[in-house]
Design a protein around this ligand. Sequence first.
Ligand code: NDP
Length: 474
Amino acid sequence: MTVQSDALLTLDHLLDTVQEPNGREVIDPATGATVGRTRVGTPQDINAAVAAAKQAQPNWAARSHAERSDLLNQAADAVEASAEALAELLSREQGKPLNGPNARFEVGACAAWLRANAGFELEPEVVVDDESGRAELHYKPVGVVGAVGPWNWPMMISIWQLAPALRMGNTVVLKPSEYTPLSVQALVHVLNQVLPADVLHVVPGDGEVGAALISHAQVDKIMFTGSTKTGQAIMRTAADTLARLTLELGGNDAGIVLDDADPQAIAEELFWGAFINTGQTCAAMKRLYVPEGLYDQVCEALVEVAENAPMGVGLDEKNVLGPLQNKQQYDIVARLVQAAKDGGARILTGGDPDESQAGYFYPTTLVADIDNDNPLVAEEQFGPALPIIKYTELDQAIEWANALDVGLGSSVWGNDVDLCRKVAARLEAGTTWINKHGAVDPRIPFGGVKNSGFGLEFGLEGLKHVSVPHVISW
Ligand code: NDP
């Protein structure tokens, strides 16, 4: 079957489609203006969505892999056809600028992840084949996937959850964050132009609606991205239904610069490793360890990049950094930078928000001469403030990097890649990048260790995590 998507959708059309006139007001975090009004779902809506997804799942699973891949490619086409309208809505609702590694980049990633998942082939694995017999490991769909998402990359993370799930023959019910419900509903509207009925649902609502989804007896797999605290609550609830879990819970990623690094050469990558999406990224660099001998040079090079990265309203084409998405997150960043100041740290740039400004803008902030146990280092800031910690012994830096109870990403920066790899091997994290940070790729497995969660996303490993194994042996 071939289903053609509508022609290009405009922002007004998208908003008209997903808005509910008497719904809850959604605010642009850059201006305080109303973006639109969202439907607010209820636990009953979850029940209806899960029932419909449950009913649709066997037929979806019965289609061939080629057919599902074809539909995912068509879904990517539909996203690309409406990319500008989606990016504009995302920019207004989430706050992120159109340009830089932000709204247009996020919509582009949605299409890329759909296409990558369409292209994967998860063949049965032959685990034994000898005179004693043969055993094959097959992967089958789990059933209904319940996906709960955050507000920082609302479209892209929804795609991370739904693309592999659909590819494997599962049906999906999404619950977006109450901060970014319109973006995810608009994305689902676009995808549902080409997907068969009831394969993909979205129910906007608060934590209670999320709780109804993850506790539903007919949800077989839960994919969650958000805070550790909510992840723990979800895990407790899942004990009752034995739903399978993938938990992506953020972290406090360390970057370690080695003695032989070239500060000028790495400054731009270092900056965006920390400030991508204005720091509101699970696998952004959140603390940077720099050897004494390079400390001043790295600080100076970072200040130069920071002061040339315009921050402001997302729809203004010149901006590459935006506001914090919500007041709660703004307050966290403000509190942690204040803690750094109180601890005697030196503010290299930023650190002094203009309270009279509309929107949750916190200036790009670099903090030097900060103790490793300061709250800005020890707690996840999830915003545009990077502490730069001086070290004298590499072993000490590695010990500091590993000392926290989270482990999502990490990075090592230097000219000698062999040395970087040796240091990388000693870091406790789901991913360690060399001379880059946070560079996710749909082909490369991604997930956390320690309190950053468990379960892998992306690539063939990602497909396995939305499947159940079935061994056939003779
Ligand atoms: P939460 O973990 O509270 O929210 C994430 C999602 O879970 C939202 O959709 C939320 O709904 C939903 N939710 C809340 N309670 C429940 C529940 N009991 N059962 C099921 N779903 C539930 O994160 P916050 O948005 O409050 O952000 C807090 C912190 O989390 C940030 O400061 C940051 O450190 C971290 N974070 C990490 C992210 C990551 O990428 N790993 C992304 C975002 C935040 P709703 O919001 O609608 O109430």
